[in-house]
Design a binder for this molecule. Structure first.
Ligand code: SAH
Length: 455
């Protein structure tokens, strides 16, 4: 028999918010039944409309806020919440930082059963807006007009947005400039429903220090409009642009980039600096989106690693080599592994351009290459891992433990997989401390650096 929920869809009720989910939604309970409610904070009493009432939980929308939390700041732009661009924008920055520290503590306690690990206060930004050095913006026709913006949460309806709040304002401006150029040339815009039209996304990367800009136009077909004139106009209006690329994505998919790319203008990469070293970054390569906080994060990783001239470092999931190359001057040798070939090509050039010779970069999956390194008796003293959201794999962790590095630095962008993986290290490594660092202000994303010491 189906259990009936204490609330029904379309019902209006009053509820008190008692908690926040990891995504920053307020949690209110009716007879123990949880309702997740956007734009509500613990302690607040709200009148809501029940949007959805599933068997185990439901969703509600605030109709009226009856009390305000002291952690609330007034919203400057509702669409940043509705699109999920800045889901914590209604919280004071102090409250955001505390929320992230608690989030890490919570998962370490729940998933890894490590209630005693010191989780340090989250290190935030002085000015926690306008930090993103990269934007991937869908382009659609809305009411006959070419618009750039972002999708409404859980949908593909585009909400036009000009001020993205968390992006480098020069990128926001460039998007509008390019949008207007495309409109002037009457470029066919992609229509998702019919899978027709051409231009799908504008991607922009801008070096935080260098101000070099890369523009990627993602199209459905290989045909590209009057690209010579368009390129000329872009260069005229955006003198920072050093690279224009067309990427072709013919598929009906949510994945933004396709496999094929054509260089329309300039170089196939931009350059930027981190901790005084210069890096080239190609379009398919990963690059941390918050440059200022990344420098702090790498510095933290180096401090935790306690580097010395005898150290052999493995930088797993190394991207364009930035962590290992930041460490190289202070150690004996660095080995880096990364699955994206273009990123390893960048890493090798980055080593050369910075006159660093004590590094070896390999393309491949981290778990396979680690195994090979183990078989060829490479003996790391420090292992740095910086995996994507899904975290490490069990075979990787097994090999890592067999290699017996003195210290492991685990850089994580997902506390849940971090906690899961720390459990697997637990019989051989002690978790000394975790430093959350706010790489993504105004969003619910939590980055952290963890120091593990061999027992
Ligand atoms: N440490 C780098 C990159 C971190 S992002 C920096 O700070 O910039 C994670 C990287 O892991 C990405 O570059 C991604 O391409 C790579 N990656 C994903 N899966 C991988 C795997 N199985 N093996 C090796 N690298 C992988």
């Amino acid at each position: 028999m189906m259990k009936t929920q204490p609330v029904q869809k379309n019902e209006t009720i009053e509820v008190e918010i008692i908690d926040l989910t990891h995504e920053g939604l307020g949690v209110g309970k009716v007879d123990g039944y949880p309702l997740f409610i956007e734009n509500s904070l613990p302690g607040e009493k709200v009148k809501i409309l029940v949007l959805k009432a599933g068997t185990k939980f439901g969703y509600g929308k605030v109709l009226e806020r009856l009390t305000d939390s002291p952690d609330r700041v007034m919203l400057t732009d509702e669409s940043l919440l509705r699109t999920g661009i800045a889901p914590l924008q209604h919280m004071t920055y102090e409250a955001q930082l505390l929320f992230k520290q608690k989030q890490v503590e919570k998962v370490l306690e729940k998933i890894s059963k490590m209630p005693d690990v010191p989780v340090l206060p989250t290190v935030g930004m002085v000015n926690p807006v306008g930090y993103r050095n990269k934007a991937q913006i869908p382009v659609r026709k809305v009411a006959g007009q070419i618009e750039t913006g972002f999708y409404r949460k859980n949908s593909h309806d585009l909400i036009p947005i000009k001020d993205f709040h968390i992006q480098d304002p020069a990128i926001d401006q460039a998007i509008v400039v390019i949008r207007d150029i495309l409109a002037r040339f009457n470029v066919k815009i992609y229509d998702e429903k019919g899978h027709v039209g051409n231009l799908r996304h504008i991607i922009i990367r801008r070096g935080h220090y260098s101000h070099q800009m890369m523009v990627v136009l993602v199209t459905r077909t290989g045909k590209i409009f009057k690209h010579e004139q368009i390129t000329e106009e872009i260069l005229k209006e955006l003198p920072e642009v050093v690279s224009i690329i067309q990427n072709i994505n013919p598929d009906k998919t949510n994945v933004i980039l396709g496999k094929e790319s054509k260089l329309l203008y300039g170089k196939d990469h931009i350059e930027d600096q981190l901790l005084g070293k210069t890096y080239q970054i190609s379009a398919p390569s990963f690059y941390q989106v918050n440059t200022e906080q990344t420098e702090f994060m790498y510095q933290t990783a180096m401090d935790f690693a306690g580097l010395s001239k005898d150290d052999i470092i493995i930088d797993a999931y190394c991207g364009i080599g930035t962590i290992g190359l930041s460490m190289a001057d202070r150690v004996n040798h660095v080995y880096g592994v990364e699955i994206v070939k273009e990123a390893i090509d960048d890493a090798k050039i980055n080593a050369f351009n910075n006159s660093i010779e004590n590094v070896t970069f390999k393309t491949g999956s981290a778990e396979k290459v680690m195994k090979k390194w183990k078989e060829s008796s490479i003996d790391p003293t420090v292992l740095v891992v910086d995996p994507p959201r899904k975290g490490l794999t069990e075979p990787f962790i097994e090999t890592a433990i067999e290699m017996q590095p003195e210290r492991i630095i685990y850089i994580s962008c997902n506390p849940a997989t971090l906690a899961r993986d720390l459990k697997l290290f637990a019989s051989n490594y002690e978790v000394k401390k975790v430093q959350p660092i706010d790489l993504f202000p105004q969003t619910h994303h939590v980055e952290s650096v963890t120091l593990l010491q061999r027992k």
